[in-house]
Ligand binder design. Structure first.
Ligand code: NAD
Length: 285
C-alpha cells in the first residue's frame, strides 16, 4: 500500500500563519516587532537565493529584517564586526550568518562570535550543550526543529519509538538525534562507517535521512509502516531536486513519508521565523 505523504509545504504554511499571529500580538501588546539580522558574505547564487527567500518570509510574517552584504574577500574581522553590530542592536532579536562562508574565513570562529542569546540557527556550542543537557535551548537548529514539527503535526507516536537517524552532521543529524531523544524515542545515530546500514535502518519506526546522497535509501532500508523523513536535497542532472530517499520504492513500504521537494525544505524557513519570534517574545517578557 502506498504511504501517506507528509505535506511539508502545508505544515510550514500553518506554522507561518501561527508565527504571524504571534508577531501581531507582540506588536499590539508589547510594542515589540521581532527583528532578524542577516549576514551574507560573497555572491554564491544559492546563498543569495536562500537569503532572499528568508527575507521575503520575514516580511510576510510581519518580522523586520535587515541584511549586511559583505564582499567575497571580506575579512573574518569584518564578518565578526557585523555580528557585533547586530548583537548591540536592540531591534534585532536573532542573527543569521548565511553559510557556507568563503574558504579564507574560519566558520567555527565566526559562529562562536554570534551571541547565544541571538543565535537564530542555534549553532553556538553553548546552545548545542543546552539542547543535549537540558533537552531544550533558546534557539533550536531550524531544519531539525522542522523535522520534529513534521513528526508531531503528523501524529507520529514518539514516546518509546525506535528512531534511526542517518547522518551525523552538526546542523542536521546530531540535533535531530538530540530532539528525538528528548521526545523519549530510542535513538540510533548512523553514519558512513555504520555496519549493515540497511539492517539498522530497518529497525526504525522513524527513519530520518540526512546524508546528501541522492536516492541512496530505498525500500530495503525501511520497515513496513515506518515513518520516513528525507532531509536530503541534491540537484539531479536535469536540474530537479532529489532527496536521499528513493521515493518511488520507499513509498511502497513506508507508512508515512516526506517528498522532496515540499517535505522538510519548507520547514527550515518556517522554524527560522519561529525562532526569531520566540527570541522577541523573550525580550518582551
Ligand atoms: P553533511 O555532509 O555535513 O553530513 C552528511 C552525513 O552523512 C555525514 O555524517 C556522513 O557520515 C553521512 N554519510 C555520508 N555518506 C554516507 C553513507 N554512504 N552512508 C551513511 N552515512 C553517510 O551533510 P548535512 O549538512 O547534514 O546535509 C545532509 C543533506 O541534507 C544534504 O543533502 C543537504 O543538502 C540536506 N539539507 C537540507 C536542509 C533542508 O532545509 N531541507 C538543511 C540542511 C541540509
Amino acid at each position: 500500500m502506498a504511504a501517506e505523504i507528509i505535506d511539508g509545504r502545508a505544515i510550514a504554511a500553518a506554522i507561518r500563519s501561527e508565527v504571524k499571529a504571534q508577531v501581531d500580538e507582540l506588536v499590539r501588546d508589547h510594542g515589540v516587532r521581532p527583528g532578524l539580522g542577516v549576514i551574507l558574505v560573497g555572491d554564491n547564487p544559492a546563498s543569495r537565493s536562500y537569503v532572499t527567500m528568508k527575507e521575503k518570509a520575514c516580511a510576510e510574517a510581519g518580522i523586520y529584517s535587515e541584511e549586511v552584504h559583505l564582499p567575497a574577500d571580506a575579512s573574518q574581522e569584518a564578518v565578526i564586526s557585523a555580528i557585533g553590530a547586530y548583537a548591540a542592536n536592540a531591534s534585532i532579536h536573532a542573527i543569521l550568518v548565511q553559510l557556507p562562508l568563503p574558504d579564507h574565513i574560519d566558520e567555527h570562529a565566526v559562529l562562536l562570535s554570534v551571541p547565544p542569546a541571538k543565535d537564530a540557527d542555534g549553532f553556538h556550542p553553548f546552545l548545542v550543550g543546552e539542547l543535549w543537557s537540558q533537552g531544550t535551548a533558546d534557539f533550536i537548529p531550524c531544519t531539525p526543529y522542522g523535522v520534529l514539527e513534521l513528526l508531531k503535526r503528523s501524529d507520529v507516536p514518539l514516546v518509546g519509538a525506535r528512531a534511526v537517524v542517518i547522518g551525523r552532521s552538526n546542523i542536521v543529524g546530531k540535533p535531530v538525534a538530540s530532539l528525538l531523544l528528548r521526545e523519549h524515542c530510542t535513538v540510533t545515530l548512523c553514519h558512513s562507517r555504520t555496519r549493515d546500514l540497511p539492517g539498522v535502518a530497518r529497525e526504525a519506526d522513524i527513519l530520518v535521512v540526512a546524508i546528501g546522497r541522492p536516492k541512496m535509501v530505498d525500500a530495503s532500508y525501511i520497515k513496513p509502516g515506518a515513518t520516513v523523513i528525507d532531509v536530503g536535497i541534491s540537484r539531479a542532472e536535469d536540474g530537479s531536486l532529489v532527496g536521499d530517499v528513493d521515493f518511488e520504492s520507499a513509498s511502497q513500504v513506508a507508512g508515512k513519508i516526506t517528498p522532496v521537494p515540499k517535505g522538510v525544505g519548507p520547514m527550515t524557513i518556517a522554524m527560522l521565523l519561529q525562532n526569531t519570534v520566540n527570541a522577541a517574545a523573550r525580550a518582551a517578557s
